[in-house]
Design a protein around this ligand. Structure first.
Ligand code: SMG
Ligand code: MG
Length: 369
């Protein structure tokens, strides 16, 4: 297909409650949306998962917007024939910038699948029509408030709880939540790189809470530190930020730095690379789960489809829309018995509410052709 135009929308969506991680507090999501229209008039939407600031990774929203405007969109608009599968080669001249590339890939894939009448799930290889959902719980002002929040999510039916931790907010909150939930509930923690190898003795104290995993305790580049931790504790180590491609995933697994992987399409350059990671992990008997980046319904729809692949054997951070947003950009995703249904319509299977895109815009749309 040929891409006739690409529009970048920049919107702000307030969160229903502040979300605090070891990186800081977030109260609003600043999002870039990619909207493409093919020469045949087929549309596709993609969402960029980068944060407002370069704290989770080196990418950030304004940087992604610039890379798309200056490099990716011109390459796309001047190509005679564009396919989602061909983007890896088309964009190879740009080093890194995976979240920017993933946003464009998602829009192209959406258009391509809408043109052929295929859903994301069918295309990616989904084997389930609904997926088990977990929820990521931010750092709270007090343990009492944390317990209130966790109690609420457990009552909504979430099948797994993930607690954000950081130095000074780790063993005691985890102890309190484990005792609230009892031994049967799946519970895991995510440090977002907040610790160093000096903390290994402290992190070993988490072993008593029978956690499913500890996610990304150390710096993104430090695979060796995670190898050291994995040898020292019983809780399985799971990498998130470190895993930027299938090649890195394969290497980290071979070095025993990680025994479970959090797959986020944005972090790895798109859904096609996410599937390659899934395939490599499955081949090596390494379970994967679908991470989240506070997606709107656009990204959530595609993530839920990905989470329906056979190797996604653990509940994902694929929460209901209302976990973050009072009103979503698409029809809302609602939890039924702790699960979300995989959309079956062409492309992402959801409809973008363009009135809301316009109402929530923080600057005029940028039309590229
Ligand atoms: O979408 O529910 C979600 C967010 C899940 O905790 C979540 N994401 O490191 O896994 C992670 C974080 C990254 C975003 S906050 C900086
Ligand atoms: Mg994480």
């Amino acid at each position: 297909m040929r891409i006739a135009r690409l529009t970048l929308h920049r919107i702000a969506m307030p969160l229903v409650r502040p979300f605090e991680t070891s990186f800081g507090v977030q109260t609003v999501r600043d999002v870039v949306l990619v909207h493409v229209v093919t020469a045949d008039g087929v549309e596709g939407w993609g969402e960029c998962v980068a944060g407002a600031d370069p704290v989770y990774s080196s990418e950030y929203v304004s940087g992604c917007e610039h890379v798309i405007e200056r490099y990716l969109a011109p390459a796309l608009l001047s190509a005679a024939d564009v396919t989602a599968e061909g983007l890896h080669t088309l964009f190879a001249f740009v080093v890194g910038h995976r979240m920017a590339k993933a946003a464009v890939e998602a829009a192209i894939l959406d258009a391509q699948l809408r043109a052929s009448g295929l859903s994301f799930g069918a295309y990616l290889g989904a084997v389930r029509n609904e997926v088990d959902c977990g929820v990521s719980v931010g750092i709270a002002p007090s343990i009492a408030e944390l317990l209130d929040e966790v109690r609420g999510y457990a009552a909504e039916g979430y099948r797994r709880i993930k607690l954000k931790i950081k130095p000074g907010w780790d063993v005691e909150p985890v102890r309190a939540v484990r005792s609230l939930l009892g031994g049967a509930m799946l519970l895991q923690v995510d440090a977002n790189t907040a610790y160093t190898t000096d903390d290994i003795d402290l992190l070993r104290e988490l072993d008593e809470f029978d956690l499913l995993l500890i996610e990304q305790p150390f710096a993104e580049e430090d695979i060796a530190a995670h190898v050291e931790l994995a040898e020292a504790i019983d809780t399985p180590v799971c990498l998130d930020e470190s895993i930027t491609s299938a090649a890195v995933a394969i290497d980290a697994i071979a070095r025993d730095a990680t025994s479970i992987i959090n797959v986020k399409p944005g972090r790895v350059g798109g859904y096609l690379e996410a599937v390659r990671i899934h395939d490599a992990c499955r081949h090596r008997d390494v379970p994967v789960w679908c991470g989240g980046m506070l997606e709107t319904g656009i990204g959530r729809a595609a993530n839920v489809a990905l989470a329906a692949l056979p190797g996604f054997t653990l509940p994902g951070d694929t929460s209901a829309s209302r976990r973050y947003y009072a009103e979503d950009l698409t029809e809302p995703f609602e939890l039924v018995e702790g699960r979300l249904r995989v959309p079956t319509g062409p492309g992402t299977g959801v409809t973008v509410r363009e009135d809301l895109v316009a109402a929530w815009a923080t600057r005029p749309p940028l039309l590229l052709r």
